[in-house]
Design a protein around this ligand. Structure first.
Ligand SMILES: *[C@@H]1O[C@H](CO)[C@@H](O)[C@H](O)[C@H]1NC(C)=O
Ligand SMILES: *[C@@H]1O[C@H](CO)[C@@H](O)[C@H](O)[C@H]1NC(C)=O
Ligand SMILES: *[C@@H]1O[C@H](CO)[C@@H](O)[C@H](O)[C@H]1NC(C)=O
Length: 257
């Protein structure tokens, strides 16, 4: 999929990051880098669901993860790009080559939303964010299915979830989410050395009758490699459009051929 430059400003504004504390006293994160694609039906179309399944890449060969933050996540952000609700997979919190699932909120306040959970390369993590319209609260549910490495380590399938109220945000006061993101995030000396990150069955539901955002999406950077299958959609309730991408792959930091 050829990204269009006209959509780039919205990605540049994603300055909010997991593990970032957005107070004036804390210096900005060094070398904060994103490789992401996003799906949005525009600033007025609120998201009502965002579902995706990630197959975890191999662990990074990096021997010292402490200053080398490597992460990737599905998440949703507000139209003003000033908050993100995300299920981060990060290398932080354990030994070299390990991944952890960490639901997180950024930024007013920035905080973990659950205990971090060990996951293994080859596991699949299905993540479903869904909005309860009467209360405007979000359900965040995940299901982890071990792959060969997780099985060998004695991991069993598990799931979890919680209800999140975005009105706790002291800046956005619960402004709706309008952008769905699938992104790699690096900080400090972290590099993208863990190979392709593959998502499947990506579903975004938005309160709109417009469908072009689906057929034309997702949008992403033009200076690195990613690919996505063609978006297909269905409509319901007269005002909801559900968009489906069979796969979205963040391939490599190398420039496209
Ligand atoms: C930022 O990246 C540069 C180049 O890789 C590296 O030398 C530097 O140590 C990094 N800064 C921090 C704080 O990790
Ligand atoms: C969904 O869109 C319709 C039509 O634009 C609007 O009337 C309605 O308030 C929207 N619902 C929400 C929850 O934003
Ligand atoms: C779609 O419109 C109906 C009728 O106006 C409304 O009850 C419903 O909340 C709307 N859906 C969303 C997601 O806003």
């Amino acid at each position: 999929m050829k990204p269009t430059l006209s959509h780039l400003p919205s990605l540049i504004l994603i300055l909010f990051s997991f593990l970032t504390f957005c107070t004036a006293d804390v210096p900005p994160v060094a070398n904060l880098t994103f490789y992401g694609v996003w799906i949005t039906a525009g600033p007025d179309a609120i998201l009502t669901k965002f579902e995706s399944t990630i197959t975890l890449p191999p662990g990074s060969p990096d021997p010292s993860p402490s200053n080398d933050v490597q992460a990737f996540w599905p998440g949703m952000e507000t139209a003003a790009d000033n908050a993100v609700f995300q299920n981060v997979i990060t290398n932080q919190g354990g030994g070299a080559g390990e991944w952890y699932l960490l639901p997180y909120y950024c930024c007013n306040p920035a905080k973990p939303l659950a205990d971090q959970m060990r996951v293994w390369p080859g596991d699949t993590v299905k993540n479903v964010f869904s909005l309860d319209l009467p209360t405007m609260k979000w359900y965040n549910n995940w299901v982890v299915t071990p792959g060969p490495q997780g099985n060998a380590a004695g991991q069993v399938p598990f799931g979890g979830g919680f209800v999140f109220d975005p009105s706790i945000d002291t800046l956005t006061h619960g402004a709706p989410y309008t952008g769905a993101l699938l992104t790699i995030e690096l900080q400090d000396q972290g590099t993208w050395d863990f190979g392709a990150v593959e998502w499947s069955n990506v579903i975004v539901e938005a309160n709109t009758t417009d469908t072009e955002w689906c057929s034309n999406g997702p949008t992403g950077g033009s200076n690195w490699k990613w690919s996505a299958s063609k978006g297909t959609y269905s409509t319901s309730d007269g005002n909801l459009t559900t968009c489906y991408f069979a796969s979205v792959v963040l391939e490599s930091p190398d420039p496209p051929n």
